[in-house]
Design a protein around this ligand. Structure first.
Ligand SMILES: Cc1cc2nc3c(=O)[nH]c(=O)nc-3n(C[C@H](O)[C@H](O)[C@H](O)COP(=O)(O)O)c2cc1C
Length: 190
């Protein structure tokens, strides 16, 4: 039997109140906050504990370096001029960007997709941890997530796959409460 206090449970409140923030400004999470955020990432379900993920963090000059990599990737991909021109500023939409990559390990038991799912889970775990600490974030993808030049620029291998760019910072404004969804639209009892 659920009680009123279950509905106010802080863990559940964080999950139910998760919001993405498009407008992010400084300050970024501090090193101590980032440590907690990464610890949350490392608690995702991980079949056989293969640890099939890597986190490439950009702040300050690192945002410029990431932007330069994105710029070179846009040029190599022959993207339209406005996309190439925009690329160096892309990471500057937040004071911290975490590039999350699935780095699958050889395994006869755990398929690559399972390992990529585990890496995807880390993105949301980090977004939630950041929100719990008073920061905001948004999980972004776009064509760069699939671009092999960017993977190479980041030192990622052939089998590695970026699963998200997590933009983190201080919310520019308080995000609106999340829209309410009816669960029955998504549910089918078997
Ligand atoms: C894999 C993945 C990729 C996404 N890529 C983008 C993106 O490139 N740009 C964007 O505006 N939102 C993207 N989103 C959606 C946002 O992260 C966010 O969920 C959306 O803006 C809705 O806000 P909410 O999370 O507060 O409901 C992506 C979500 C996922 C799961």
């Amino acid at each position: 039997m659920l009680t009123e206090s279950d509905a106010r449970n802080p863990g559940l409140a964080l999950l139910l109140g998760r919001r993405s923030c498009h407008a992010l400004r400084a300050p970024a999470p501090s090193e101590a906050a980032l440590e907690l955020i990464l610890k949350a990432a490392l608690r995702v379900p991980d079949f056989q504990r293969l640890r099939p993920f890597r986190f490439l963090v950009a702040v300050g000059d690192g945002l410029d370096r990431l932007g330069a990599m994105m710029h070179r990737a846009a040029q190599a991909a022959g993207k339209p001029e406005e996309v190439v021109k925009r690329a160096p500023r892309m990471p500057h939409r937040a004071p911290m960007v975490i590039v999350v990559a699935a780095t699958p390990r050889p395994s006869d038991v755990v398929p690559v997709f399972d390992q990529q799912l585990a890496a995807g889970c880390t993105v949301m775990a980090m977004q939630l941890a950041a929100q719990a600490l008073g920061f905001g974030g948004i999980w972004r993808s776009g064509w760069l997530m699939y671009d092999r030049t960017l993977h190479a620029e980041l030192g990622l291998g052939e089998a590695d796959q970026i699963v998200g760019f997590l933009y983190l910072g201080t919310p520019d404004r308080v995000p609106a409460p999340p829209p309410e969804d009816r669960t029955d639209q998504f549910l089918r009892w078997l």
